[in-house]
Write a protein that binds this ligand. Sequence first.
Ligand code: NAD
Length: 465
Amino acid sequence: MGPLVYTPVEDIPKIHEDLRKGFRSGKTKSIAYRKEQLAGLAYMIKDNTERFQDALKADLGRPPIESDLLDISAALSEAKDAYDNVEKWAKPEKARWDFNWFAMKPTIRKEPKGVVMIIAPFNFPMLLMLGHLASAIAAGNAVLMKPSELCQATNQLIADLVPQYLDSDLYRVVNGDVPVTTKLLELRWDHILYTGGGRVAKIVCAAAAKHLTPVTTELGGKSPVIIDPKCDMKLAARRIFWGKIANAGQVCVAPDYVLIPRDAQDHFIQEVQDIYKTFYPTDPATSDSYSRIISEGHTARIKRYIDETKGEIIIGGEVDVGKKYIAPTVVKNVPFDDSLMDEEIFGPVLPIVPVKDLDEAIEVVNSRDHALSLYVFTQDPAFKAKVFDNTQSGSAVANEVVIHVGATGLPFGGIGPSGSGYHTGKYGFDVFTHHRGTLDNPGWVDTLILKGRYPPYTPEKIRNL
Ligand code: NAD
């Protein structure tokens, strides 16, 4: 697998113009055309699954089963879902019946926004690029894809395959780093869907504001886990620990830190230690079931958090920056002002923050930015309700982590600093759709209603309004 070939910056205006022409050709108005392209996308993923697994292994050292579960099949099911439902989603909708308006047949047309851009992060290059692409195709847009330069092998493969499976008049990939994205952001788009960190989101939103381009931001943050000391601790340990080590913690909804009453901390740790031994009976560094960090820079960033923690490392802690390896790491007695509590960790390090009780846990959550996901482990409905009712987050999940992103029919998105807007399924279709209100008013309506709207405004007309 060769290195990622960057698109020359000077080619970008022409690509943008070509997409605009492609959109104006009107091809995407046809639902049959959209379905043909969605089928092409699904076949592109299906025909090349092994190549994608290999590329993801090269980029992230990711075990093929994790790539299948969390990335490849997730992208494929977005394409299939859009293929199966696009007729229904794109159908014009009648407005709610109202006596004063029904004669004018008020109808909502589902129209494409136009030429849209999708900017994707490195961690799930299939789902977060091709999954979103499925929504944009279903909605009838022309699409510019800008994948992350950090995921070299996977994104080169995507760039090679897209022209083989999809119509190049409408769907194009542009690869590159900051100068390429900066050039793209100078141009006028009809919508931008950006997934990534908050720092870059501000750059994207500022550039989009110059054209008043709407932006959907899918960001990250520190997703907390609150543990009820009376919960099924074995289950909690297994699921939370898996959520932390899958893709080596590089998951936007990975459980970032755990809040647990101080006297229950050791029980949870015991269960985590037991499950750790079953996941990795020998050294995780030699296991084929454990991913690597995407770059040396990100490995060094996470190493800094570990080096500076005031907590007590009870599992892992080993780091090899050159090999982009960080052992699954669990740290206990982490104080609120710790290095591990500053930023989203985005790596396989789990800080356990002891608290007095549930009230204090809720206070900690509410003192921070709204998270992308919030998790609670409890079998007590009142405990769960108290957490859900007294906090805010993109999603709220009980007794599970991470997998809610793929739940059919649920919206996925953040709130405040964790993002705005929703995606997946019909919600993804709506991101790229303009709901165009229409009506057609027959002449006879003037004799029945609205007769008083024309001057002169006589007292009789006003009385009869
Ligand atoms: P990132 O913000 O570094 O990069 C995202 C994209 O922005 C890449 O395509 C990159 O090339 C581009 N970019 C980088 N610098 C830029 C600049 N100066 N100007 C314009 N574009 C620029 O994010 P990342 O490290 O790839 O991804 C990790 C982040 O993404 C985490 O915060 C994670 O939580 C978040 N994330 C969110 C979701 C979600 O659905 N909410 C999903 C996955 C990841």
